[in-house]
Ligand binder design. Structure first.
Ligand SMILES: [Zn+2]
Length: 280
């Protein structure tokens, strides 16, 4: 028997124009939640107030302000908890664990985690494997556990993050690692970009029936004001061109766009990423 329940209860908190901050309910401690990438404190505090839940830990995937900007205010509001030791002097006391990649640009961490390490939160009944996924940023990590993947701005539904710091080879390798997780993995991305991503996906693969069907489903959800997320890796491997760079249909489309033969999946990925950057 598994010590962890197969599915986590995860709720979306909307922030800014299209960010999602994910709140994971502790499977062990009722009323305690873990926030993933809280770029803004106010919508998280509002959800905690509404639901009567209390924040027990924070997970961070990368250093961008729209993913970490709310941490100081959340720590200030995490009252009634004993301060926990920080690895180095912290600008504010941390009453709860703040876990993320070793990166000097994140100043609020109480615990750094690295590739292939397990991130254990035993009191909360949570355990995640850490996957280094450089590309969007060099220190970007993903948290994988309980059949759920929290991938920040690396993988989006039907798309992927922009390459701000990494190379096409790095980012393609990162996405390939994520693609190799079990197909029923639920994918919790950092942004609601699915509808726009699908327009690009269907430009790359106009006859992809799975993408066309998914577009109908996503459009219905969005019209009803619902998130399109979480997705699943099974869906992503069928509709997301950035996870399909080894497919002949995607490679052919990228070669037509580039006007030349391409060497392999990483080259195809690089062409797709640049194509998408200029796509409207
Ligand atoms: Zn980012």
């Amino acid at each position: 028997m598994s010590i962890h329940p197969p599915h986590l209860n995860v709720r979306p908190v909307r922030a800014f124009s299209d960010n999602y901050i994910w709140l994971i309910d502790s499977p062990r401690k009722a009323g305690e939640v873990v926030a993933v990438d809280p770029g803004d404190a106010s919508p998280v505090l509002a959800e905690l107030e509404r639901s009567g839940a209390s924040l027990a830990a924070i997970l961070l995937t990368h250093h961008h302000p729209d993913h970490i900007g709310g941490v100081p205010d959340l720590l200030r509001h995490a009252v009634g908890r004993r301060p926990i030791p920080t690895p180095k002097p912290s600008p504010i006391p941390a009453p709860i664990a703040v876990i993320g990649p070793a990166d000097a640009r994140i100043t609020t961490l109480t615990r750094t985690v690295h590739d292939a390490q397990r991130c254990e939160l035993p009191d909360l009944g949570l355990s995640f494997e850490i996957l280094a996924v450089p590309g969007h940023t060099l220190s970007h990590i993903a948290f994988y556990g309980h059949g759920a993947l929290f991938c920040g701005d690396t993988l989006f539904s039907a798309g992927c993050g922009r390459m701000f710091e990494g190379t096409a080879t790095q980012m393609n390798a990162s996405l390939t690692r994520l693609r190799n997780l079990p197909p029923d993995t639920r994918v919790f991305c950092g942004h609601e970009y699915t509808a726009a991503n699908l327009r690009f996906a269907l430009t790359v693969e106009p006859t992809n029936g799975d993408a066309l069907e998914y577009q109908g489903r996503v459009n219905r959800l969005r019209a009803a004001g619902e998130p399109s997320l979480p997705s699943t890796l099974d869906t992503e491997t069928r509709v997301n061109p950035f996870l399909r760079c080894d497919q002949a249909s995607v490679a052919k489309s990228a070669e037509t766009h580039a006007g030349k033969r391409l060497g392999g999946p990483a080259d195809v990925f690089g062409v797709l990423r640049a194509w998408k950057d200029g796509f409207r």
